[in-house]
Design a binder for this molecule. Structure first.
Ligand SMILES: NC(=O)c1ccc[n+]([C@@H]2O[C@H](COP(=O)([O-])OP(=O)(O)OC[C@H]3O[C@@H](n4cnc5c(N)ncnc54)[C@H](O)[C@@H]3O)[C@@H](O)[C@H]2O)c1
Ligand SMILES: CCCCC[C@H](O)/C=C/C=C\C/C=C\C/C=C\CCCC(=O)O
Length: 261
């Protein structure tokens, strides 16, 4: 689909990968709502982006774990720019200690945002259809011993995306569902000082930090991920896809097909 003139909501758009995605879409002529729980960063980012892109961007304080917040973000975006046709479910955390919060934000909230998005975007609900892109992770494709909770919710998210893409309602909605699955990216989430707060077991933390310095010596830039998100939005042939973003290349990874007949 054409991004120019489209209306987009980016959850977690105030910082990191979400901010990079917002900037890429604004550059391509979209109208963007940055929906983020962090008021301070949201206000700072929207001022920066209004200076660069004019009144094509708004900030809406939104905790994706709360129905009313998410619905209000869609209402504010629709009232300001018109019908939403692109949702980027990006907001996420990594916390192996407070695993209930990780499940709430990285999986349950992504499902919540999708169901509410379909209330606004679904052609069967008077919407224009469109596309929903989910920021999963390579941890949604491969097991990771040092972050089992994070890998669990990201595997769940990939399964949700692949399943929504083959829903009996897919034609009624007129919406495509795809996941971007990056390896490590240079943001607050992957910074060592953050990881030390969210991984409790010292043996596990030690291996994680060592792994970052070896297995992932090259860490992606947020803009690398934004490029793949644009690709998933623009290519109307893509639905139910998991696009892994590596250093210098991307690969589509499809689930194994089981003949259950
Ligand atoms: N950084 C990485 O290595 C990496 C790799 C692959 C995938 N990801 C995924 O990318 C997404 C973005 O992460 P990031 O690396 O940009 O991290 P980040 O911490 O830089 O940005 C995350 C943003 O989400 C917001 N957020 C957190 N909880 C929220 C909530 N409940 N409601 C609304 N907004 C909320 C934060 O305020 C922040 O602005 C996450 O889903 C993460 O799992 C990150
Ligand atoms: C292939 C793993 C990519 C995981 C990306 C994830 O979304 C974010 C991770 C953030 C911080 C950690 C970054 C890189 C380390 C990841 C794995 C290290 C593997 C160590 C090991 O398995 O021994």
């Amino acid at each position: 689909m054409k991004i120019e003139g489209s209306v987009v909501i980016v959850t977690g758009g105030a910082q990191g990968i979400g901010k990079a995605i917002s900037k890429s879409l604004l550059t391509l002529g979209a109208k963007v709502c940055i929906a983020d729980v962090n008021n301070v960063e949201g206000d700072k980012t929207v001022k920066e982006l209004v200076d660069a892109y004019g009144n094509s961007v708004i900030f809406q304080q939104c905790d994706v774990t709360k129905d009313d917040d998410v619905r209000n973000a869609f209402k504010a975006t629709t009232d300001t720019f018109g019908d939403v046709t692109i949702t980027v479910n990006n907001a996420g955390i990594l916390d192996e200690i407070n695993f209930s919060r990780t499940i709430a934000v990285d999986l349950e909230a992504q499902i919540r945002c999708t169901m509410i998005a379909l209330e606004f975007m679904g052609r069967n609900n008077g919407g224009k259809g469109g596309t929903i892109v989910f920021n999963a992770s390579a941890a949604g494709i491969v097991p990771i011993g040092v972050m089992p909770v994070y890998a669990a919710v990201k595997h769940g998210l990939v399964g949700f995306v692949r399943s929504m893409a083959i829903s009996p309602r897919i034609e009624d909605w007129g919406v495509r569902f795809n996941a971007v699955c990056p390896i490590s990216v240079d943001t607050n989430l992957s910074r060592e000082e953050n990881l030390r707060k969210v991984v409790g077991d010292p043996v596990v933390l030690d291996q994680l930090l060592k792994g970052m310095k070896t297995a992932h010596s090259v860490i992606l830039k947020p803009s690398d991920v934004a490029e793949s998100v644009v690709k998933l939005i623009e290519d109307d042939s893509l639905n139910g896809k998991s696009l892994v973003v590596l250093e210098g290349k991307t690969i589509f990874v499809d689930p194994p097909v089981l003949d259950l007949q």
